[in-house]
Every structure is written in structure tokens, then in C-alpha cells.
Design a binder for this molecule. Structure first.
Ligand SMILES: [Ca+2]
Length: 212
């Protein structure tokens, strides 16, 4: 339901008539609806819809095993990439959006093992994206001599999407598809130490010695 007052102030009898078929009057490949009110007919244009995928890779890809014996900290760089693609078959070639996103490190734990700077386990960033992949590098640190160097460090990305008005289309604003996830989880695993030959085998032996 669209209220007349949300379209233009002073409209009377908004919705008096509604065009039966949705035709593309504006010629941008997206259907429009003509809605009549007293003394005026307004063309409601549908907005281009985009989907977005968030991808995170780490360098190094796993937390090195040397971390258990280190005296300082290990730096890891998260490469956060956003790919925006069109979900509607429109004529626009230069759709843009402003993203603000939050990176949360080891967020499932109360005592975090990763941080950006001292005690800072989450941070906000901004990025302008268009219809190609945009990546940004975010270095952070993993503590040394961890008590738990087995369960992965969970990194969460929360994205807030704001479409940039299209100048050539009277300020029509791209919209994010409802199916695009705004919150994504990524895992940073520990390298498993399998000895010098780098081959991991079960090496559990139990010696039971009955005596007496
Ligand atoms: Ca249209």
C-alpha cells in the first residue's frame, strides 16, 4: 500500500485509477505503474534491484602454528570483498551503493583471541561499490600462546546498504534484493601441526601396564 502523501503532498483521491498492466513508460527496462488522482496522473517507477555477495579471505590463510610459542602477536590480513550484481533486467550500467560495514573478530567468545588494536575487537568501515568486485584489506592481530588454538576464530561481517541515486534516472535509487545476506560468517582456522613431514596421522597410543 502506497499513501498518496508519500508520493507528493496535496494529492487528492490518489489511486482513483490504476493502470491495469505494468508497462515501462520510462524506458529503463523496469515496469512502471500509472496511478491517477484528482487532476493528476503519476508514474510510479520500480527500482533496479541488486544482489550482493560478501567474500572474506585471510593472509596467511591459516593461523600459523608458531603462534603457540611466539612472544609477540601474529598479524593476519582480512581481505573483505563485495560483489554487487544486477538482479533486474534494466538498462543501467553504472549502479552504485555506499556500504558501511562492521567487522567483528572472534565474536562468539567473551574472551576474544583477536583484535584490531588493544581491546578493539570490532571496527566500522565504509566502501563505495559499483558493478564489479571491491576489496579492502583489514589487518588485525591474533594473540600469542593461546589456551585454545583449535577452534577457529569466527569473523562476522555486517553490512548496511545504501543505494546511490541514479542521476540520469531522476534520482531512482537501487535497492538490495531481500535475499541478499547482510550478515555473513567467516572462519579463520589454525594450522594443524603434523610434525616435520606435514602429514597428519592419528598418533594416539595408550599404554596400560597392569602390575601386581
Ligand atoms: Ca520504467
Amino acid at each position: 500500500r502506497i499513501a498518496g502523501s508519500s508520493v507528493r503532498s496535496g494529492l487528492r483521491f490518489f489511486g482513483l485509477t490504476v493502470a491495469q498492466s505494468a508497462l515501462d513508460q520510462s524506458g529503463d527496462g523496469l515496469p512502471d505503474i500509472a496511478v491517477g488522482s484528482k487532476g493528476a496522473v503519476l508514474l510510479l517507477r520500480s527500482r533496479p534491484i541488486v544482489s550482493m555477495v560478501t567474500r572474506v579471505t585471510f593472509t596467511p590463510p591459516k593461523i600459523p602454528t608458531s603462534i603457540s610459542g611466539c612472544t609477540d602477536f601474529q598479524q593476519i590480513t582480512a581481505s573483505v570483498c563485495f560483489s554487487m550484481t544486477k538482479a533486474t533486467n534494466d538498462i543501467f550500467k553504472d549502479l552504485q551503493a555506499e556500504l558501511s560495514y562492521t567487522l567483528k573478530l572472534d565474536y562468539v567468545r567473551q574472551r576474544t583471541r583477536a583484535y584490531f588494536t588493544a581491546n578493539e575487537k570490532e571496527k566500522n568501515f565504509q566502501s563505495s561499490v559499483s558493478l564489479q568486485e571491491h576489496c579492502a584489506q583489514h589487518p588485525f592481530f591474533v594473540q600469542c600462546s593461546l589456551e585454545d588454538a583449535l577452534s577457529p576464530v569466527d569473523v562476522q561481517v555486517i553490512v548496511y546498504f545504501e543505494g546511490v541515486p541514479i542521476q540520469t534516472a531522476d534520482g531512482l535509487v537501487p535497492q538490495l534484493a531481500s535475499g541478499s545476506s547482510k550478515v555473513t560468517d567467516h572462519k579463520l582456522n589454525f594450522e594443524i601441526d603434523c610434525g616435520e613431514d606435514k602429514v597428519c596421522e592419528d598418533d594416539v597410543r595408550v599404554d596400560i601396564n597392569f602390575s601386581g
